[in-house]
Design a protein around this ligand. Structure first.
Ligand code: PGA
Length: 261
């Protein structure tokens, strides 16, 4: 059984004070579900210390704390990389890191090779990578989704051992569904998560490892569609942008996910 994982990608939203206020509002509402649903918030870098601090004050009772993730990192340990943050620097602040989000690939020139280096570095530092893959509209319409996404998965996992691979979370996020209100149908999302992402992982690592790796869907996931998405056999969670910025919507998504277990 794969434990469902819902992660909120806040993108470039919220300063530290607002971030703390938000997670304080989330914590008591999410507490009943955290044992069953791994729940993560990914605020901007500058919020990580304050958010990690606010959540560290929480008692670990039934279940656990809300997890904290970064939205990006650099692969090097340190050095002349102006504006970047390394995995080592995230220690104690984040347990997860989003890697290769399509916005980073599109607007900041991230390549498959860079994504792979970041995954290697994240794993070396004990961070759980949430690795994003997904085709754009033109690729989707050209019918090359399967080939493209499978290629992204292969490139992302290059040189990563089967043991390490088990820890990685893959997020299938069709670019045409991100922030557009146009969600992939549950059938299409499940097909790509299962018959493309998981099948590629099975080719790389064998069926047992592929069955252990969690695969999220992302792209206009919200409190209304999460139930049908999570009911699909190969969808193990969601990477949530817009809806994760609203307490009620995010809590409802976690609640619905827990209720279906
Ligand atoms: P969205 O974003 O939920 O707002 O579509 C998802 C993402 O970019 O991870």
């Amino acid at each position: 059984m794969r434990k469902p994982i819902l992660a909120g990608n806040w993108k470039m939203n919220r300063a530290p004070a607002e971030a703390v206020e938000f997670v304080r509002a989330l914590q008591p509402k999410l507490a009943p579900y955290l044992a069953q649903v791994e729940t993560v918030v990914c605020p901007p870098f500058v919020c990580l210390p304050a958010v990690a601090d606010a959540l560290a004050g929480e008692k670990i009772g039934v279940g656990a704390r809300i997890g904290v993730g970064a939205q990006n990192m650099h692969w090097a340990e340190n050095g002349a990389y102006t504006g970047e943050v390394s995995a080592a620097m995230l220690k104690g602040l984040a347990g997860y890191v989003i890697i290769g989000h399509s916005e980073r690939r599109q607007y900041f020139g991230e390549t498959d090779e860079g994504v792979n280096k970041k995954i290697v570095a994240a794993l070396a530092h004990g961070l759980i990578p949430i690795v994003c893959v997904g085709e754009d509209l033109a690729q989707n319409e050209a019918g090359v989704t399967e080939m493209f996404v499978s290629g992204q998965v292969r490139a992302a996992f290059a040189g990563i051992s089967a043991d390490q691979a088990r820890a990685v979370v893959v997020a299938y996020e069709p670019i045409w569904a991100i922030g557009t209100g146009r969600t992939a149908t549950k059938e299409v999302a499940n097909h790509v998560c299962g018959a493309v992402v998981r099948a590629t992982l099975a080719e790389l690592y064998g069926e047992a490892v592929a069955q252990a790796i969690r695969i999220q869907y992302g792209g206009s996931a919200n409190e209304k569609n999460i139930g049908e998405l999570m009911a699909m056999p190969d969808i193990d969670g969601a990477l949530i942008g817009g809806a994760s910025l609203k307490v009620e919507a995010f809590v409802e998504m976690v609640r619905v996910t827990a209720a279906q277990l």
